[in-house]
Design a protein around this ligand. Structure first.
Ligand code: 13P
Length: 251
């Protein structure tokens, strides 16, 4: 059964008290939502423990924004998957375009991180998406196909239940420019085909594929109406509980 998810990627925003307050507001407002949508928040590492406390007993799940590519040891500044799982994270985002672009995150690293995250009980929200230049060159299908295959094709069929894909065209992130519903849908359908090729139709049909990139209350309904768009990975609009919940209410 395909799950519908709206996840908020807070990126490097809010102080700890501000983040705790935001989480409290999200939990409160989430009570008004029907049960068909799963909510996830991904605060910075520093906020995870206090936000985990706020989320206890609520319908909102916790995610990290990244994790280390090693189990433990002398890796100063890194946070291991087991650490995240031990404080109540259900998910981690991996391969966000900001990490690919600014921190040299490669597909090879993502293969390692994804395996480790899954082995330590985390579900993975794997981000894929083309840059503006790649779209202008007509390479968007190719780029997204390659990014998806690079990680997914290393996994076992049973891992797929713990994977969510987020399609985030880089040119739509934080720019106010959203992909049209049709542009997003054709890439989502392409990702589903890539999954079907290796894992079969049932696995492809079960996969949750989120759209991310300037998704907001005013455009969420149109995007989520597409048959292969199963929710959103929300940046800026996730920093206001009201907007985040309004997006989740768009299903
Ligand atoms: P915006 O919603 O701010 O465009 O960010 C999208 C994103 O990168 C979520 O991971």
């Amino acid at each position: 059964m395909r799950k519908y998810i709206v996840a908020g990627n807070w990126k490097m925003n809010t102080t700890v008290p501000e983040g705790v307050q935001l989480a409290k507001e999200v939990v409160e407002k989430a009570k008004e939502l029907p049960a068909n949508v799963k909510l996830v928040v991904a605060p910075p590492f520093t906020h995870l423990a206090p936000v985990a406390e706020v989320l206890k007993g609520s319908k909102v799940a916790l995610s990290a924004q990244n994790c280390a590519d090693h189990v433990k040891g002398a890796y100063t500044g890194e946070v291991a998957p087991a650490m995240l799982a031990s404080l109540g994270c259900e998910y981690t985002i991996l391969g966000h375009s900001e990490r690919r672009q600014y921190y040299g995150e490669t597909d090879e690293k993502l293969v390692v991180k994804t395996r480790l995250a899954l082995d330590h009980g985390l579900k993975v929200i794997l981000c894929v998406g083309e840059s503006l230049d790649e779209r202008k060159a007509g390479k968007h299908f190719q780029v997204v196909t390659e990014q998806t295959k690079a990680v997914l094709y290393t996994l076992n069929p049973e891992d797929l239940a713990n994977i969510v894909i987020a399609y985030e065209p880089v040119w739509a992130i934080g720019t106010g420019e959203t992909a049209t519903a049709a542009q997003a849908e054709e890439i989502h359908a392409c990702i589903r085909n890539v999954i079907e090729e290796k894992f079969g139709a049932a696995a492809a049909d079960d996969m949750t594929i989120l759209y991310g990139g300037s998704c907001k209350p005013s455009n969420a309904k149109e995007l989520f109406a597409e048959k292969d768009i199963d929710g959103g990975l929300i940046g800026g609009a996730a920093l206001k509980a009201e907007d985040f919940i309004a997006i989740a209410a768009s299903f």
